[in-house]
Design a binder for this molecule. Structure first.
Ligand SMILES: [Zn+2]
Length: 421
């Protein structure tokens, strides 16, 4: 019997030998409107060896008439912990959902290393989602997300061995870092995830039980972590809560900031005073200058009904998000879409961003289909449809720059030269 995953072409679910980009058929994709630097332009492109080319190859296996439809690069999800292994059925249906939504690239900034091993053959194959993994997060004793680990431990979803050295690395000092670093590297992370939480109050919070799970690394350790990671060719992402964390992360030279300050408010998910969360224009300028990526994860606010009892809170979150996005875009900071929403991919996040009025439909399209894939795979030719780019694309039934909802009307999916449906 063919399950949903098999219809979408997941190699593992279908029990077929995994295809490679090089062995993909040669397609002529005729009569499309292709997203490029100047908007959409009409024409024909080919895919050969898993790449896009504008020159007709000597042999074409199949011609597809796109009938004037809109072609965009697949979307990205730059922050989600759900790209992980649970059971074969749940994992395959999750991957099928990502592919159905056109989200082909994912970044998992904190995962159980043993879960990642079980994803072999399901991700980073032409017919699966391409994903990168941080493995365990570097944090302080009692730092975020120790609470999550303990919850999972009590539920039996994690074991004692999944604590320090598994889902987490407890780094309270330079000697801790020196001692644990070789083991961190031995787990072969794709990048390093670090955690800052109210670093402006680091001393006050470090030994106060009130702030259990609401503290992070000593900010003075961050530059040393960055130095070690860069020396090993690894990029560094940093969880932030406040504008001070944002400042410390940019100053330390991290490559990516996870979350826009104030994304979840305080310990009670409230925003009594937005000022500590407002990104300073000079920090935004420095982030732009250094090419630091900032991942949004703002869509949690969509859970507050703008017309219900939470309407005041919703407006506070919307106002702060709008303010910070304007400061960041005005400075030219590289933004990418990430949701941190365990039950979703990045569809809900981008929908929430659309409500803020900061971006028009074309801005959002570029953010989701061009910038986000590049944030996840900075060394690959993804997020583009030009000569030499990976032959991964979505065909849309309507113009997404006229109505962003057309990003949900996907009529054809191709990944690395392989048709998914
Ligand atoms: Zn996260």
């Amino acid at each position: 019997m063919l399950g949903a995953a098999c219809v979408l072409g997941l190699a593992v679910a279908c029990g077929r030998a995994a295809p490679t980009p090089a062995s993909a058929p040669v397609y002529e994709l005729r009569n499309g409107r292709w997203l490029g630097a100047d908007g959409f332009s009409a024409g024909t492109r080919y895919t050969a060896g898993g790449r896009i080319t504008t020159r007709r190859p000597a042999r074409v296996d199949s011609v597809i008439d796109l009938q004037g439809r809109w072609v965009v690069p697949p979307f990205g999800e730059a922050h989600n912990h759900n790209v992980d292994y649970s059971t074969p059925g749940r994992t395959d249906s999750l991957i099928a959902r990502y592919l159905r939504d056109g989200v082909f690239y994912a970044k998992n900034p904190g995962n159980l290393p043993r879960g990642r091993d079980s994803l072999q053959g399901r991700v980073n194959v032409p017919r699966g989602v391409d994903a990168v993994f941080a493995n365990g997060l570097l944090t302080a004793s009692g730092g975020h997300p120790t609470g999550l680990y303990l919850r999972n431990l009590s539920r039996g979803a994690m074991t004692a061995a999944d604590g320090d050295g598994g889902f987490l690395w407890v780094i309270d000092s330079v000697p801790d870092l020196r001692r644990k670093w070789p083991r961190i590297l031995a787990g072969r992370p794709d990048f390093i995830k670090t955690v800052l939480v109210h670093s402006e109050e680091f001393e006050r919070r470090r030994n106060d039980t009130t702030f259990f799970n609401w503290r992070g690394l000593d900010p003075s350790l961050l530059p040393q972590i960055v130095r070690r990671a860069h020396a090993s060719g690894l990029r560094v992402s940093t969880h932030v809560e406040t504008a001070a964390d944002f400042h410390a992360a940019v100053a330390a030279g991290v490559d990516e900031i996870n979350h826009i300050p104030g994304f979840r408010g305080d310990e009670h998910v409230q925003l009594p005073d937005p000022v500590p969360y407002q990104v300073a224009p000079e920090d935004a300028r420095l982030a732009a200058e250094r090419g630091t990526w900032v991942i949004t994860t703002l869509g949690g606010a969509a859970g507050f009904d703008p017309t219900g009892p939470d309407s005041v809170r919703r407006r506070q979150f919307d106002r702060l998000a709008t303010h910070n996005l304007r400061v960041l875009t005005h400075a030219g900071v590289r933004l990418a879409v990430g949701s941190d929403a365990y039950r979703d991919d990045s569809v809900g996040e981008v929908r929430y961003l659309a409500t803020l009025g900061v971006f028009d439909a074309m801005d959002l399209l570029r953010l989701w289909s061009q910038a986000t894939p590049r944030a996840i795979f900075p060394n690959r030719r993804v997020g583009c449809l030009e000569d030499g780019c990976e032959a991964s694309l979505l065909v849309l039934a309507g113009d997404p720059s006229a109505d962003f909802a057309n990003t949900g009307r996907i009529t054809l999916r191709m990944k690395q030269g392989w048709l998914l449906r």
